[in-house]
Design a protein around this ligand. Structure first.
Ligand code: XMP
Length: 510
């Protein structure tokens, strides 16, 4: 792999994704990894990422110069570029000229920048800068604030840039990364969707042997793609279990039972548990309480189904749709505070011992979607917007009843239909529709007074759900949604728009 050494900025995962876009497999490793451990992994190249520190700060993470003598290609970015310069005997100074954001870069050729426009924009974020390149390095780029903004020693396969080639604001950045990987490091591009599928299918076969596996489907992208990969690998020795908790949106059960099964031929057991969940949720209004109850019931129902499947033949493996960012974050990062308790099928009892199969462990979300398409899954599943595990229960503000679920389902279906018809699906991250079940307001419809409930539209744009902005939907689309909901859903007489970013608001209302 190409190893991206993470110096603690938010860019390392993005760099790893860009490397993969150049069809080269890459992984993120913490900067505390010793050089011999890095080399043991037999990396095809190493990329030193950006970081928040200054190379002269006390305790600033450095680079062991031994790294550069191992014959492994190395590329430094931003902080990594400066650390590299310093380790190789160049000069890094605090000149007082800082550059943040869009900056003009001047280039003078070299393997990295040849034939690119001699002046072009790049994204910078630095206080210190390299004022003298290490001996044997050609300087091929510079800016007002960074006299040495790019250097290379093609023979030693070492190069770096001061700017951030991985961000979209550096329009030629991807090309520069590609040139380092393909031309300077000489790595053959072979990380394609087809090869990911082949590799994973082989790994799953090696792990499962002639054993049997079970997989819980949620209706979401990750579990669907994980199941489809395992199905491709071991056929009907996989059984999928779909727990219908009655809190799904209109059409979602059919999507799993009909479309997913048609696309994959997977063996599916559906458990209809709507009544059980409704009973358990009876009268509950507290959001965290709702989540706890749903999580608990979900595990019980899934456990029961797993026991039944197990009773028919020994099932040793449980498939989970864990993604690469979760792996990186649980491996290295400090704990984040638990703002909402997201549930997962993690809490199965010990006597149901399963070995985990995690076929998406190495993949980013965009790769998961491409793998899904490669495996023939329908667009509706592969490009489904995120939907919380506790479902519509946390979009009904107040107690959950079957009537309220029907009302919300109808309003939500209209909003989704109109957003899709307007071609807005890829512009927004998701658009929760929220029923304020304990609020009533007066309205007038036809000749009569109404006294109905409001629904809230919560369209947001986001990169990763950690932060979000309210999406500026066209007025005519909002108008169609509002008119249709108030006309077609009898209990709703008012549609309101949530114009709060995250923070301070979360995406969901509960
Ligand atoms: P918030 O509301 O925290 O949501 O801004 C961030 C993202 O997470 C989803 N979400 C959940 N997903 N179980 C889930 O599986 C949950 O309990 C849950 N709560 C929020 C939400 O839809 C958004 O995409």
């Amino acid at each position: 792999p190409v190893l991206v050494v993470d110096y603690g900025a938010q860019y390392a995962q993005l760099i790893a994704r860009r490397v993969r876009e150049a069809q080269v497999y890459s992984e993120v490793v913490p900067h505390t990894t010793p050089v011999d451990e890095l080399l043991e992994r037999n990396p095809s190249a190493i990329i030193l990422s950006g970081g928040p520190a200054s190379v002269y700060e006390e305790g600033a993470p450095g680079v062991d110069p031994a790294l550069f003598d191992a014959g492994v290609p190395v590329f430094g970015i931003c902080y990594g570029f400066q650390a590299m310069a310093k380790a190789l005997g160049g000069t890094v100074e605090h000149t007082g000229t800082r550059e943040f954001g869009r900056t003009e870069l001047g280039v003078t050729g070299g393997a990295l920048h040849e034939d690119l426009p001699t002046r072009h924009p790049v994204w910078m974020s630095h206080g210190d800068c390299v004022t003298k390149a290490p001996e044997g390095f050609a300087v091929t780029a510079g800016s007002d604030g960074a006299p040495v903004a790019g250097f290379e020693n093609v023979e030693r396969k070492l190069a770096g840039v001061q700017y951030h080639p991985e961000v979209a604001h550096s329009p030629h950045g991807q090309e520069v990364l590609r040139r380092f990987l393909h031309d300077i490091a000489g790595i053959r591009p072979r990380w394609t969707t087809a090869s990911i599928v082949d590799d994973q299918v082989e790994r799953i076969r090696a792990q499962v042997g002639d054993g049997h596996a079970i997989c819980g489907l949620s209706g979401g992208v990750d579990s669907a793609v994980a199941a489809a990969l395992v199905q491709r690998a071991i056929g009907d020795r996989l059984t999928c279990v779909f727990v219908d908790h009655g809190l799904l949106r209109a059409g979602e059960r059919a999507q799993v039972e009909r479309d997913f099964v048609a696309a994959t031929g997977v063996k599916l057991v559906t458990v209809d548990a709507a009544d059980r969940f409704l009973t358990a949720l009876d009268g509950v209004t507290d959001p965290e309480q709702k989540r706890k109850i749903i999580g608990r019931e979900f595990i019980r129902v899934f456990e029961q189904a797993a026991r039944e499947v197990k009773a028919q033949g020994d099932v040793e493996f449980l498939v989970q749709g864990t993604l690469y960012p979760d792996v990186v974050e649980s491996g290295g990062g400090a704990g984040t505070s638990n703002i909402k308790s997201h549930h997962n099928v993690g809490g199965l009892p010990d006597d149901l011992q399963f070995t985990l199969v995690e076929p998406l462990r190495l993949l980013f979300k965009d790769e998961v979607r491409r793998v899904g398409l490669e495996l023939g899954l329908p667009e509706t599943i592969v490009h489904r917007q995120p939907f919380p595990g506790p479902g519509l229960a946390i979009r009904i503000i107040g107690a959950v009843t079957s009537e309220r679920l029907e009302t919300l389902r109808a309003a939500d279906a209209i909003a989704r239909e109109e957003l899709s018809a307007a071609g807005l699906d890829s512009d927004i991250w998701q658009c929760p529709v929220v029923l304020l079940a304990d609020v009533r307001s007066v309205g007038v419809q036809g000749d009569g007074r109404t006294y109905g409930h409001p629904v809230v539209l919560r369209p947001v744009s986001s990169e990763d759900a950690m932060t979000a902005d309210w999406a500026r939907l066209p007025y005519d689309v909002l108008e169609r949604i509002s008119t249709r909901i108030t006309n077609e859903v009898a209990e709703v007489n008012r549609v309101v728009l949530d114009v709060t970013s995250k923070p301070p608001g979360t995406i969901e209302w509960e």
